[in-house]
Design a protein around this ligand. Structure first.
Ligand code: DGL
Length: 273
């Protein structure tokens, strides 16, 4: 069967939280997920490195027949997406598209705040890129954006320590550091694919009035809207409801951990880039 799936790329497992929402919203399409587990995490790497890794993975997905690739990784969206869209895509065959997760989130996040103060939690790379304040500022110029890097949250989750008591210390620490920037923050965006797994603990550590926003559903809604406005892309996508998973690291290791992010079992295949 020759497929034209929606490609979904992440540095590792995290993008599965976004894919999960996309397949719920748009189950009819075929999806091909690529996790660059061999080189994860991206959150601590330089712009140059994240750009090269991301370009390699996005190109791979295009070569597998995906006309559309979603970069479901905040760090890669922050550090590589624009360059790929502006510099690399025009040199590739016509009709390919690559979209990220930051812009669709920035387009709506300001609607959730009444105080006009939004907190953004992300990797060190996402925070350093300033992508969220810049993008949110375009849509909601009156909203103040306060950022906090949470470098230990991804390792806690990847090591399956995120539900234990040990996680509470670092959850509290970064949330305190965020709230110390402004006590008016009433909306906190989880600007990293992994953080939805910490939802319950994060809620327990902030005031009841604060709304915590994961971005998977936002990205899925944005994709739905994009496809409704771009018939030329929508008509290219195959619709057999298949989900295929690729990893640059060990497939069995991927499959055993993927469930906590995706909510269902997966059977992945190893690829070498
Ligand atoms: N997927 C990354 C993100 O959303 C988190 C994991 C990593 O640092 O690679 O920023």
């Amino acid at each position: 069967m020759s497929l034209s799936p929606i490609g979904v790329f992440d540095s590792g497992f995290g993008g599965l939280t976004v894919l999960r929402e996309m397949v719920t919203a748009l189950p009819q399409y075929d999806y091909l997920y690529l996790g660059d587990n061999a080189r994860t995490p991206y959150g601590t790497r330089s712009f140059e490195t994240v750009y090269h890794y991301t370009l390699e993975c996005v190109t791979y997905l295009f070569d597998q027949g995906c006309p559309l690739v979603i970069v479901a990784c905040n760090t890669a969206s922050a550090k590589a997406l624009r360059t790929i869209q502006q510099r690399d895509l025009p040199k590739m065959r016509a009709g390919l598209r690559v979209l990220g997760v930051i812009r669709p989130t920035a387009e709506v996040i300001g609607n959730s705040t009444r105080t006009g103060h939004v907190g953004v939690l992300g990797t060190s790379g996402t925070v350093a890129s300033e992508s969220y304040p810049i993008e949110i500022g375009k849509f909601f110029p009156d909203v103040s954006v306060h950022q906090q890097a949470c470098p230990l949250w991804v390792p806690l989750i990847e090591n399956n320590e995120h539900q234990g008591d040990g996680a509470d210390f670092f959850i509290q620490k970064y949330l305190d550091e965020l709230i110390a920037q402004s006590s008016s923050i009433d909306t906190i965006l989880l600007g990293c694919t992994h953080y939805p797994l910490l939802m319950e603990k994060i809620k327990a550590h902030v005031a009841k009035e604060v709304t915590i926003i994961p971005q998977g559903k936002i990205v899925a809604d944005s994709l739905t809207d994009y496809l409704s406005r771009h018939a030329e892309m929508e008509s290219k996508l195959s619709r057999n409801g298949t989900r295929n998973f690729l990893t640059t690291d060990d497939a069995a290791a991927f499959d055993s951990k993927a469930r906590i992010f995706y909510g269902a079992g997966v059977a992945s295949r190893h690829i070498a880039l």
